[in-house]
Design a protein around this ligand. Sequence first.
Ligand code: ADP
Length: 315
Amino acid sequence: MGVPLDEVISGSFLAFLAPSNQPVLAACLQQLKPCKEELTITRPNGTTRAVQVSLAPMKREALEGFSVVVTDLTDRKAAEERLRMANERLGELVGELEHFSYTISHDMRAPLRAMKSFAAILQEDCAISSRQENRELLERIGTAASRMDKLISSSLDYARILSQNLRTEPVDLAVLIEGLIQTYPNLLPEKADIDLAPNLPVVRGSEAALTQCFSNLLGNAVKFVIPGRRPSVRVWGEPSGALMRIWIQDNGIGIAKDEQARIFDMFFRAARDCYEGTGMGLALARKVVTRLGGRIGVESEEGVGSRFWVELPPA
Ligand code: ADP
């Protein structure tokens, strides 16, 4: 209880209990009946402990009283809470994995079906069709196969983020994004103008996972641009409550209002026909950010451009 023994002996036991708990024991004491309750006691330093209090009436000659046994349950309660949270996380993970396997099996069957039907046409027409037609069909099969390959590898990246224990460390986003610009050919100055503000924050995250997240966001910013227009991207940071917000603004094709929430779903592609992609980049970015305790979103106007934002805890 954190109180010297002589003070316990001279004091009233009820005074240790939280006011809301006092009537329960007061009733037992008055009626001289045994009881066992889980209650909260407040220590003199203001901290509280979860305890089990067992009262047993005792009578020895003229002396009437109670034996009181107080068992500290705080550590057990904390362990139970940790277990409950782990179970909750496990339940969420199972749900996400079910959704994930359903979605990937659904979306991966599309290129597979294309390959099957082109191969069937090729088989039937082999004897009668020209070499040129056959070559085209084979090319289509090749395209569908490489699309499937990309879907599988981006799904594997996603599954890794879903199940991995992300170890966090301070990550300097200025250094990380500079590194990306020097690594990806489409982000180089010959291809795009990328302006990094000097106020990019150091955040708490996983360098590998944040590299995946920001490479997708920057890659999209220079990819979804009207053909012939030079990509121009601005990246800056600002505080947002307890988190740091990073903005990535582009001069691209923009996103229709009714599609802005769905672009973060697995395999969803708004600009499906004109631009290469798997539709997994933003799903992966969102998964990384939420697993690090942050948030992600977008503001966009069609034909004008998009502003994606990511919020992460500061280092
Ligand atoms: P992918 O780039 O492989 O198509 P993403 O998951 O990265 O998939 O993006 C999903 C969809 O969101 C894209 O297909 C595109 O329609 C839209 N999108 C993403 N980023 C941008 C952007 N910066 N400008 C316009 N549209 C975008």
